[in-house]
Ligand binder design. Structure first.
Ligand SMILES: Nc1nc2c(ncn2[C@@H]2O[C@H](COP(=O)(O)OP(=O)(O)OP(=O)(O)O)[C@@H](O)[C@H]2O)c(=O)[nH]1
Length: 332
């Protein structure tokens, strides 16, 4: 089997600038080797037309929101792209999926990870969320999807900052850091963004720069993050058993879990999960700079983070290492 084809999911609230950013990025990369799947809500899809000018291969899934009811479509679309990929002299280098503004990205990731065939050929490498700075305040308060999109993202792109004051931009920045301290933040002006936004950083996840506690109201008020460190090598089997039990019971409320774990090999294992979905763990080549021991970060909603600590402490005998609380952050 060849290398897996990386998938980038671009999500963000309705009208937050996903298509604008995607259009720009497609002009910056070898778009002949990039396939784009656009999922639009409603029968008359528009974004794929906007993208078509810059793009050879573009598919539209418009039977509804992909996270709710179009997962079969997505599966089918990816299988077709794989078939094409194998026919092409130089196959696809990357697949980009633009979701509807209503989408919770987690089920999309789940569709891919839950299908052995897709899992063998595709790797969900990045989730990118566009954040409309002008509307972010309202979305924090009113849209649980928005909070989920921010929570599960690797990279966040602040859009439309030309429409707001510097103070508003600063506040939105603090709010999104409060929800997802480890995401990297970029800014786009009318879609123009640093193309490195498409590169997964080797330093992710980062828990060393957790921001100060932020205060704001809204849906995000129930979102909290907590991180732990481990003093010695972890027993991987016991650890995954513990994590499976936790996610089985509380998966809905665990928006994100990330970690760098020492499981007794030369370099650590990168753990990455979105809600109850855990990506296949990735063996890193080296320890990232500034990281010398295992750590784990959770972003949770409606779940007492201290319950995770207590549970870990109960299990630490089996996991093989003492656990220590690193950071605890409430978004309220
Ligand atoms: N002023 C300003 N307008 C922007 C910026 N980025 C995008 N827009 C505009 O915002 C509107 C919505 O942008 P789209 O890229 O269509 O947003 P979208 O997220 O793809 O929209 P949906 O697919 O409907 O969810 C368009 O009119 C864009 O021109 C920006 O940085 N500044």
């Amino acid at each position: 089997m060849g290398q897996k084809i990386p998938i980038t999911i671009v999500t963000g609230c309705l009208g937050s600038g996903k298509t604008t950013v995607l259009n720009y990025l497609l002009q910056q990369i070898d778009n002949k080797r990039t396939a784009v799947i656009v999922n639009e809500f409603g029968k008359a899809g528009l974004d794929h037309h906007l993208l078509r000018e810059s793009q050879e291969k573009i598919s539209l899934i418009n039977s509804g929101c992909m996270c709710c009811n179009s997962r079969d479509d997505l599966e089918q679309e990816l299988k077709e792209l794989l078939f094409e990929h194998e026919q092409l002299e130089e196959g696809y280098e990357r697949i980009m999926i633009e979701t509807t503004g209503l989408a919770d990205p987690a089920p999309i990731v789940y569709t891919i990870l839950n299908n052995p065939m897709l899992q063998n050929h595709f790797d969900v490498e990045l989730v990118i969320t566009t954040v409309d700075t002008d509307n972010a305040q309202l979305q924090f308060e009113k849209s649980p999807e928005f909070v989920k999109q921010v929570s599960v993202s690797d990279h966040l792109i602040l859009t439309k900052s030309d429409l707001v004051t510097d103070d508003t931009k600063e506040m939105v920045m603090k709010q999104i850091k409060g929800i997802n301290p480890s995401a990297q933040i970029y800014t786009a002006l009318n879609g123009i963004v640093d193309p490195n936004v498409l590169q997964k950083s080797s330093a992710e996840p980062t828990v060393h720069s957790l921001p100060e506690r932020q205060y704001f109201k809204g849906v995000s008020s129930q979102v909290q993050s907590i991180s732990f460190s481990f003093s010695s090598v972890l027993d991987w089997t016991a650890f995954t058993l513990w994590l499976s039990l936790l996610l089985h019971t509380h998966g809905e409320n665990v928006l994100r879990v990330k970690g760098i774990l020492d499981v007794g090999e030369e370099a650590p294992t990168n753990l990455n999960g979105v809600q109850h979905i855990i990506h296949p763990p990735e063996h890193l080549d080296n320890w990232p700079e500034d990281v010398s021991q295992s750590f784990l970060v959770f972003i949770v909603r409606n779940l007492d983070p201290m319950a995770i600590l207590r549970s870990l402490e109960t299990f630490q005998r089996y996991i093989g290492s003492d656990v220590e609380l690193m950071e605890y952050q409430e978004s309220v």
